[in-house]
Ligand binder design. Structure first.
Ligand code: ADP
Ligand code: MG
Length: 715
């Protein structure tokens, strides 16, 4: 009996199995059968050379005339492989970049099926990276009217995969369906076994389309089933309720705030308050623009937990941020944070900072307060996660800027706690709905959409040096003007340039050199910004040095901070009004949006200047214009993922190795994802162990155990 879990060796032979394992990491029949064709060629609809139109997707059969590897680029290290093909009358080039193996595997005189989009090179039509499939004999001899084309690799050609899959499908016992049969029936979809056949061996275009649609839904469904089960598990899991205490620190803190919470903040605060009062662990994601007031809400939550007799930890991604949180939280709490000290308020707690670079003595003191429970609030970096940091009773873990932390690390702390703490994750990167549902599908989500009143608008302008080389001077003039008015400025560069960075550009690369922090700092000080008080900040500086610079800037002792993206998250200096971002096209859109959130935080309007050398009419410029045209972070995030590849959305790990999402795109298939979530909830509510749907259970377990499942937990 051959099923999806059968090892490939006995079915396709050792040689083939080894090749599939080496090339694609496939081990089982299921691995092979979920390697879907990228394209299909309908032999009834073969194009001819005469039809070639730039931009058109074409398929045709042609003979290879000759194949050449042509070196290009600096040092001739890159290769263009040019395959000249003919239909017997005309000639055409198919071109591949940096795939030298193509030349080895493509023989002159062979007949091949080509599929791809017609491009143009020096006025001549050409195919760039078409899919190829060798055909021996006459096209009329093909059994099937539709030929699947699989992504080719250097060791396995498309037709070989096709043949191997045919072999497997011929002996496969029809696999059971992971979807509930009523759903399949209601949708009018083919069942699972049929879908597998249709996607690999379609008799018509309608068959592969239906199969794709259904198998794509399967992917969303398996993923959402995992989340539905996790949410259920959280509901069953117990935690200690930390209900609101009237007259406690949290209440007194709110009363003292120098501002009113916005309606949105009050709503979210109530959600968190209620979550904490339940005897089940909270798992909530709080997202909101930079400056939307997340931190203040997390502080209220921490105080609520302290009031209820437990401790709270705030995990920050960098030392700069942890230190800044520590200072601002200590200051905001005032006498509420002076537990056991002279002048402390009644019931006051203690706030402690723990970072990796602390001296042994300070560390020991802090640890004592953590272990004894004296410290109600502990703020720290990764250092908090290390062995030996044992809380007396951790009631709440707040993770600031989730993107910098893996869940493993978060779990380390949660696992070591005697009782399961509540967890609040905060992110300033707006996460589009589908991504939230896919990546954070197991978290409840709260969103702060409005910025507190009094927040100043930020005007963003693109400075295009390609057209206006002198405008950079104006940027420096603007900084001078603001500094004269008593304001402060940021200048941001992409790299440090101290000769130690991993990201130093390859000097032989075609790309123009980007500005280095060190050079810019020196050039500005000696030239356009001479006489102003400049300071430098980057990630490789010693921590105390970073702290000194940041503190000096916050205190107004520095006019212009020249920095890398270390200032990206969380930094709050309300008096900073201008930001000049050099080589802005090198940053992600959401990253730029975050960066500019550093300005306009006080009573003065902000100005953000995005400097770029990119030519007009390029994607790079379009992206910058998009950031300049809106201040809506959600819109920018959507734009960002529209322009990025899937792998980047789900994290780097997803792009390497075999991905579990073959057909589903979190960018394009929002409807599938939302629908799958509803159905998965229903299925899991009725049958949490998935006893009725063993095939679904198998798929869920497989996804959960593969490395790929990592992306469920990371971003
Ligand atoms: P985030 O963490 O979302 O970036 P913060 O909580 O740090 O935002 O808030 C940014 C600044 O705005 C802080 O100085 C904070 O005290 C202030 N702030 C927060 N909520 C309000 C509000 N409702 N009204 C006015 N200022 C607020
Ligand atoms: Mg913050």
């Amino acid at each position: 009996m051959v099923d999806l879990d059968t090892r490939l060796g006995p079915v396709v032979g050792k040689a083939s199995a080894d090749k599939l394992s080496k090339t694609f990491g496939m081990e089982t029949v299921g691995d092979l059968l979920t390697h879907y064709p990228r394209r299909y060629v309908d032999l009834e609809q073969i194009d001819s050379f005469a039809d070639l139109e730039v931009g058109q997707y074409v398929t045709f059969v042609a003979e290879v005339v000759d194949v050449k590897n042509i070196p290009f680029g600096p040092g001739g290290r890159k290769t263009r492989t040019q395959v000249r093909i003919t239909d017997g009358r005309q000639h055409l080039n198919a071109t591949f970049f940096n795939q030298r193996w193509i030349a080895k595997r493509t023989e002159a005189g062979s007949r091949q099926l080509f599929a791809g989009v017609v491009g143009e090179y020096r006025g001549q039509p050409q195919l760039t990276h078409p899919v190829m499939r060798e055909i021996s004999g006459d096209i009329a001899s093909f059994q099937r009217g539709i030929i699947p084309l699989y992504p080719a690799t250097s060791s396995i050609a498309s037709w070989e995969l096709e043949r191997t899959i045919d072999t497997v499908l011929a002996v496969l016992d029809p696999p059971p369906d992971p979807l509930p049969s009523d759903l399949v029936a209601a949708k009018g979809w083919p069942d699972y076994a049929t879908a597998l056949q249709w996607i690999h061996q379609p008799q018509s275009a309608s068959q592969w389309r239906q199969a794709q649609q259904r198998l794509r839904f399967d992917e969303a469904f398996v993923l959402q089933t995992i989340f539905a089960r996790r949410r259920r598990a959280f509901d069953i899991e117990t935690a200690i309720a930390r209900p609101w205490q009237a007259g406690g620190l949290a209440e007194r803190f709110i009363e003292r705030l120098p501002f009113e919470l916005t309606a949105g903040q009050r709503e979210v605060q109530a959600e968190i308050r209620d979550d904490l009062a339940r005897p089940h662990p909270m798992h909530r994601l709080l997202q909101g623009e930079v400056g939307s007031g997340k931190t203040v809400l997390s502080l209220i939550a921490m105080l609520q937990v302290v009031d209820a007799g437990a401790q709270a930890a705030l995990l920050a991604p960098t030392e700069v941020l942890a230190t800044q949180h520590f200072h601002s939280i200590t200051e905001q709490l005032g006498d509420l944070a002076k537990g056991g000290m002279l002048g402390g308020a009644e019931g006051a707690t203690r706030v402690r900072l723990l970072t990796g670079s602390m001296g042994a003595k300070a560390r020991k003191e802090t640890m004592l307060d953590i272990v004894s429970g004296e410290a109600g609030i502990v703020i720290g970096t990764h250092a908090l996660l290390q062995e030996g940091v044992d809380f007396a009773e951790l009631g709440l873990l707040v993770v600031d800027e989730q993107h910098r932390f893996g869940v493993e690390q978060r779990a380390a702390l949660v696992d070591r706690s005697a009782v399961t703490p509540h967890v609040l994750v905060m992110t300033a990167t707006p996460i589009p709905r589908t991504v939230a549902m896919t990546v954070f599908g197991d978290l409840e989500t709260s969103t702060l959409r409005e910025l507190p009143r009094g927040r100043q608008p930020i005007q963003t302008t693109v400075i295009a040096l390609a057209e206006h080389p002198t405008w950079l001077d104006r940027a420096w003039t603007r900084i001078r003007e603001e500094v004269e008015k008593g304001r402060q400025a940021y200048v941001v560069t992409t790299r440090i340039g101290d000769g130690e960075s991993d990201a130093e550009p390859d000097p032989s690369a075609d790309e123009p050199r980007t500005a280095s922090l060190v050079e810019v700092f020196e050039a500005l000080g000696a030239g356009p910004l001479s006489g102003l008080r400049l300071a430098m900040l980057h990630g490789r500086m010693a921590t105390d040095e970073k702290d000194t610079q940041m503190t000096a800037f916050a205190a107004g002792e520095v006019d212009v901070l020249v920095a890398t993206t270390v200032i990206e998250v969380g930094v709050n200096v309300p008096n900073a009004t201008v930001m000049v971002v050099l080589d802005a096209d090198r940053f992600g859109l959401s990253q730029l949006h975050q960066l500019r959130g550093r300005i306009g935080r006080g009573e003065h309007a902000g100005l953000c200047l995005l400097v770029t050398g990119a030519q007009g009419d390029t994607l790079a410029r379009e992206r910058l214009d998009a950031v300049a045209s809106t201040t809506d972070g959600f819109q920018i995030a959507q734009h960002d993922i529209d322009l990025r590849r899937e792998g980047d959305v789900l994290g780097a790990r997803q792009s390497g190795g075999r991905s579990s999402l073959k057909l589903l795109s979190v960018v394009k298939h929002e409807k599938d994802i939302a629908e799958a979530r509803d159905h998965a909830d229903r299925v899991v509510a009725q049958d949490p162990e998935l006893a009725e749907l063993p095939a679904l259970r198998r798929a869920v377990e497989e996804l959960e155990t593969t490395q790929q499942a990592d992306y469920l937990e990371r971003t």
